[in-house]
Design a binder for this molecule. Structure first.
Ligand SMILES: [Fe+2]
Length: 356
């Protein structure tokens, strides 16, 4: 809204479905819950595709216009790793649902891929918004939470084997959901108190499932157990306070909350990344560990790639890349239209508002 698509702007934008027209192309692939490509990038968004995506629950897509070139950007992990991780999570959830042993070799491999990519890149940020839908929701949520948790662990200076434990637990933190009535989980509305109480049990179920898994650290099980506990004791299942919550539990609580807040539900609008960061900061130290929130805030992009923003120069721009050192924008209005510019923390040009 308020954004003029008549101008030729290069690069990909993250736009609400209501603003996407048939002359736009998909800029990021869409994955199914098991990591298959449902729709590849470069596909022209016809009316029927748009209808189908709406039916799957999409509210935003990454798009570009005809004739534009989508520049590459520094994602925290590759698309292939996301696909492998989705497969690993889905397989674990299915095995757990069938009360079979988890394939920890696969999980282990996926976590190693994630760490290899994240730990070797000194300036990487979590800079993508989700492309979740009804079918892949819990799987992609789990993968995103594991990536954000790994970044927080790295920021806090944890050793690789600790980050590995943390990332494994983050990937499986919601595995107890397989024990919850799917009719409750799929309700497109706010849940009743009784239904909420049933859903809260996923922390206990997750703990049981992971504690009994062979070759898995008990701390991994504790992440599933504690990720809804809050510093002031207002969380669940035990209502324990900060001093009794393990650091991994505190980290996954923040990563999970950030990821959930930036995802829309039928009954709740998604927050922009900078809004979610602000809210989490406001909820520390009551709900969240302030050091963990700080580490999260410097691990995720306030304005992820594809954000349409207004600047203090009254120009508009699209964020085309972002890392821990700078935000690369491309002007989409004014005399510098299409020009690229790196914004560093001390730059005079500042982002004032996110428009889309
Ligand atoms: Fe959860």
């Amino acid at each position: 809204m308020g954004y003029n698509y008549g101008k030729l702007v290069k690069g990909m934008r993250y736009l609400p479905l209501s603003e996407i027209t048939e002359e736009m192309y998909l800029a990021r692939p869409i994955f199914s819950g098991d990591g298959k490509v449902l729709l590849s990038n470069g596909v022209k968004l016809t009316k029927s595709y748009l209808e189908r995506l709406k039916g799957l629950g999409y509210e935003h897509l990454y798009v570009y216009m005809e004739g534009e070139k989508v520049t590459t950007f520094s994602a925290p992990v590759s698309d292939q790793t996301i696909r492998d991780a989705l497969q690993g999570v889905k397989d674990s959830f299915l095995k757990a649902a069938q009360q079979r042993q988890l394939n920890l070799k696969q999980v282990n491999e996926v976590v190693n891929y994630i760490l290899d990519e994240i730990l070797t890149n000194p300036t990487v940020l979590y800079n993508l918004m989700d492309l979740k839908n009804h079918d892949n929701y819990y799987y992609l949520h789990s993968v995103n939470v594991s990536i954000i948790s790994a970044l927080i662990g790295k920021k806090l200076g944890l050793a690789r084997d600790k980050i590995k434990e943390l990332t494994t637990g983050a990937l499986l933190h919601d595995i107890g959901m397989v024990c919850i009535d799917p009719l409750i989980i799929s309700q497109p509305r706010r849940l009743s108190d009784e239904e909420m109480a049933a859903v809260r049990e996923h922390t206990n179920f997750g703990f049981q499932l992971l504690r009994s898994a062979r070759n898995l650290s008990v701390l991994v099980a504790h992440i599933a157990y504690q990720h809804h506990e809050r510093m002031d004791g207002s969380g669940y299942p035990k209502g324990i306070t900060g001093k009794d919550i393990h650091l991994y539990g505190k980290i996954v609580a923040v990563a999970d909350s950030y990821e959930t807040m930036t995802t829309g539900r039928v009954y709740r609008k998604a927050l922009w990344s900078h809004e979610a960061i602000r809210q989490l900061k406001e909820s520390a130290p009551e709900k969240y560990d302030p050091d963990v929130v700080e580490a999260m805030a410097s691990s995720v992009a306030s304005y992820p790639v594809g954000s349409v923003v207004s600047l203090n120069t009254h120009e508009e721009a699209v964020v085309v890349d972002v890392n821990a050192k700078k935000i690369t924008i491309q002007f989409s209005s004014g005399p510098r239209v299409n020009a690229l510019l790196d914004l560093e923390p001390d730059s005079e040009i500042k982002i004032e508002e996110r428009l889309s």
